[in-house]
Design a protein around this ligand. Structure first.
Ligand SMILES: Nc1ncnc2c1ncn2[C@@H]1O[C@H](COP(=O)(O)OP(=O)(O)OP(=O)(O)O)[C@@H](O)[C@H]1O
Length: 392
């Protein structure tokens, strides 16, 4: 979709920002460009929408050399999101979002309807936020408007230059998650600049790790973390790269344990017998559609007077749960956040159908799997698993 062929950019003073760059971004793929300040990431991006022109080499969009067409027509096919957002302060959020459709001459009503739809897509309520001015939004909300605006004309390509750089880490992680959810719906071809390796790893289908003006490694996140191509890359991704892999390793079915399961409407004696038979101290409680409700302790069922009634009377709600495919890092952090001895895993694509649980022991196994899967084998010493297992 986007193809760089031997692209070099030299400034008038003779310094080279980008040196003989060749790589390709496939349709619907997110490629993150990551590297230290001044290594040429932004210059690379600006050459795609022709805010800068290469000194040599060419860039193809859908097989066409972008230098041959009209830059304005080119930019209509490309959404651009930058850190400073650049919203018009005296225009409402809705009008800001509708900027490009307006420029394209859409009728006002259609442009505003599209803007409202986009705001909803990025998690803002148009009825609440649409008539506000940018100054009346939080930093995170402004970033969302920036993303909505870039998507308004439905361009196939998105260029994002440190779009979440100006917000605090918690909001940032939230925006990253939202962005991934959004991308699963809109499937744009995305070039994303960041200097944060964690962000690059979380968001990128592939990562380009920049040295000065050159790509040192262009690969999937697990490969960059597991098998850094050069000492420079190893240094850049950090000694704790084994831990960083947790954020790109999804929970899989094979990681899950299956504790005893009872249902809300089960009579208490039957549930008690079930737990006794399995010598379990607790069971997962599901509703009649096999969705997670919570859990119930064996002694809460077995206590005197427990004969009548159903599991519903004794069950407790469970907030520590994740969908299958969430990262091991999320699993670990959910377990810590809820101080939970286990977390439930559900099938997000099947109405949150319960699948099993992760315990500290099974999480430990999953961590081992994530390290064992290394292409070229990272060293086990990179991840201190004992810390995990001693807590379990
Ligand atoms: N218009 C310009 N004229 C001359 N030199 C420039 C110009 N724009 C950028 N540079 C230089 O080109 C190099 C690459 O800059 P670029 O903005 O692409 O880096 P970056 O990796 O995006 O950095 P950052 O993460 O700090 O934004 C830097 O040395 C920068 O000083």
């Amino acid at each position: 979709m986007i193809r760089f062929e031997h692209v070099t950019k030299r400034w008038a003073d003779g310094t080279t920002a980008v040196d003989d760059l060749s790589f390709e971004v496939a349709e619907g793929e997110i490629v993150t460009l990551v590297g230290p300040s001044g290594c040429g990431k932004t210059t690379t991006m600006k050459m795609v929408n022709r805010l800068e022109e290469p000194t040599s080499g060419r860039i193809l969009l859908d097989g066409e050399d972008i230098a041959e067409g009209d830059p304005v027509a080119l930019r209509r096919r490309i959404g651009y999101v930058i850190q400073q957002v650049g919203l018009f302060p005296h225009r409402t959020v809705l009008d800001n979002t509708a900027t490009v459709p307006h420029l394209l001459g859409w009728p006002r009503k259609k442009a505003r309807a599209r803007a409202a739809e986009l705001l909803e897509l990025v998690g803002l309520d148009p009825a609440v936020h649409g008539d506000r001015y940018p100054g009346q939004l939080s930093g995170g909300q402004r970033q969302r408007v920036g993303v909505a605006r870039a998507l308004a004309a439905d361009p196939p390509v998105l260029l994002m230059d440190e779009p979440f750089g100006a917000v605090d880490p918690v909001v940032r992680e939230h925006l990253q998650n939202e962005f991934l959810r959004l991308q699963s719906q809109v499937r744009k071809t995305v070039l994303f600049v960041t200097h944060d390796i964690e962000e690059a790893v979380r968001l990128g289908d592939r990562i380009a790790v920049y040295g000065h003006g050159r790509i040192e490694q262009f690969d999937a996140p697990t490969a960059v973390l597991g098998a850094p191509a050069t000492p420079y890359v190893a240094d850049f991704v950090g000694a704790d790269r084994g831990l960083k892999r947790l954020s790109v390793t999804p929970i899989e079915r094979g990681d899950l344990e299956l504790p005893p399961v009872v249902h809300l409407d089960d009579p208490l004696p039957a549930a008690a017998e079930r737990l006794a038979r399995e010598r379990a101290h607790w069971a997962v409680v599901l509703d009649d559609a096999d969705r997670l409700h919570g859990w119930v302790a064996a002694d809460a069922i077995a206590r005197p007077g427990g004969g009548a009634g159903t599991v519903r009377d004794r069950a407790r709600r469970m907030d520590a749960w994740l969908p299958l495919g969430a990262s091991l890092k999320q699993a670990f952090s959910t377990m810590l956040q809820h101080d939970a001895g286990w977390i439930a895993v559900v099938d997000g694509s099947r109405a949150d159908h319960f699948l099993g649980v992760l315990t500290p022991a099974s999480l430990h196994e999953a961590l081992r799997r994530s390290i064992g899967a290394d292409a070229a084998g990272s060293e086990r010493a990179d991840v201190d698993l004992r810390t995990v297992s001693s807590k379990g």
